[in-house]
Design a protein around this ligand. Structure first.
Ligand code: TXA
Ligand code: MG
Length: 337
């Protein structure tokens, strides 16, 4: 199959909506990462998503809507969920709510809840509105690989396997949405660009699921099935280095003398580590978020054996960065005392 590249103009939006209504798969930009869209009410199209991504069948999908009015038809809305939607939609927040029967079990992997999000990206919302159906849309990467933040990343992973890619340029956010369980006391299942602090200012106390930073205790089912799979993995073995700034720098300088070492570093830090392959992911948490997946994909184009990165702080967007980087490094953390 030849994958069409569409522009984010009226013609491109119409073509994407048409393909989706025909049951085809189409990658769309969002403010977080690129999504692989299918008609969320068409079981065969949904099956196509799992096949194209190589996604485990028990990992449910997020349904994307274009307006608030679509929400009550898909799930049971609580007053607290209403308040969160008012505050954070459109935007990078996904809410998990009790589903209605119209949502196919293929979308929710058999769960009684559905994950719903209204993206703020204009191109994505236009396609959803034009198609007139909710779109099931996981991140547009091969399962296990870093998520995609440019049309080029999507073409690399899924070119030839999907009907079209709508190229909206690089994603502004760069990390996937915050997934918030709203069936009881609000609980973050996956941290994202809407932070715990921002949520608490609107909703009161918000819990963080233990799977966000830890591994799953043996035998315990994941509240969010996606948390248990290998994720975001670059080809090289990645290590997070935790400790006081200068001590970590000294450690990395020693490691940089070894063969085929990659360092994911801050802006301007490259000169500290001669001999290593340094890829900068910017100067602050916002830039780190936007560039993390691109940087991990760039390391795959080099011959590095090992990638080291400083461990991010846990506050604000740092929690989302930490969650993705812990997974990308398969929980390999070096503590410098
Ligand atoms: O920013 C995003 O959320 C992007 C863009 C494309 O919108 N989408 C995305 O989808 O990241 P995906 O499939 O890569 O991640 C969805 C996460 C998974 O961890 C999945 O297990 C969880 O949401 N999820 C989906 N439905 C759920 C449910 N009913 N209960 C708990 N977790 C759910
Ligand atoms: Mg994903």
């Amino acid at each position: 199959m030849l994958t069409e590249i569409l522009k984010p103009d009226e013609e491109g939006v119409s073509r994407a909506a048409q393909l989706l209504l025909e049951g085809k798969l189409c990658a769309l930009p969002t403010e977080t990462v690129y999504g692989l869209a299918a008609n969320g009410l068409n079981r065969d199209a949904i099956a196509g998503i799992f096949k194209a991504k190589g996604r485990p069948q028990d990992n449910p999908l997020i349904l994307h809507i274009a307006s608030m009015e679509e929400l009550p038809a898909l799930c049971h809305v609580t007053p607290l969920a209403e308040r969160a939607a008012q505050a954070f939609w459109p935007g990078p927040l996904t809410m998990v709510l009790p589903k209605r029967s119209v949502v196919p079990s293929e979308v929710t992997a058999g769960l009684s809840t559905a994950a719903i999000r209204m993206p703020s990206c204009a191109a994505a919302r236009s396609v959803i509105a034009k198609a007139g159906v909710p779109l099931a849309m996981p991140s547009a990467n091969l399962s296990g690989r870093p998520s995609t933040t440019t049309a080029g990343h999507v073409a690399f992973d899924l070119g030839g396997k999907i009907e079209a890619i709508l190229d909206g340029g690089p994603c502004t956010g760069g990390l996937e949405s915050t997934v918030l369980l709203m069936t009881g006391k609000p609980r973050i299942l996956r941290p994202g660009l809407v932070t715990k602090e921002q949520l608490e200012a609107v909703l009161g106390a918000v819990e963080i699921d233990p799977a966000v930073l830890g591994g799953l205790p043996d035998g315990q089912a994941a509240a969010s099935p996606g948390m248990k799979y290998k994720h975001y993995a670059p080809k090289a073995a990645m290590y997070l280095v935790e400790g006081e700034q200068d001590a970590v720098t000294a450690f990395l300088q020693e490691k940089a003398k070894e063969d085929a070492i990659g360092i994911l570093c801050g802006a301007g830090e490259e000169a500290l580590f001669p001999g290593a392959v340094c890829i900068s992911y910017g100067a602050d948490d916002g830039q780190h978020a936007q560039r993390l997946f691109d940087a991990l994909r760039k390391f795959d184009e080099t011959a590095v054996r090992i990638i080291y990165a400083r461990m991010p702080q846990e506050n604000g967007v740092g929690l989302a960065l930490l969650n993705r980087m812990i997974r990308a490094s398969a929980h390999r953390i070096i503590k410098i005392l």
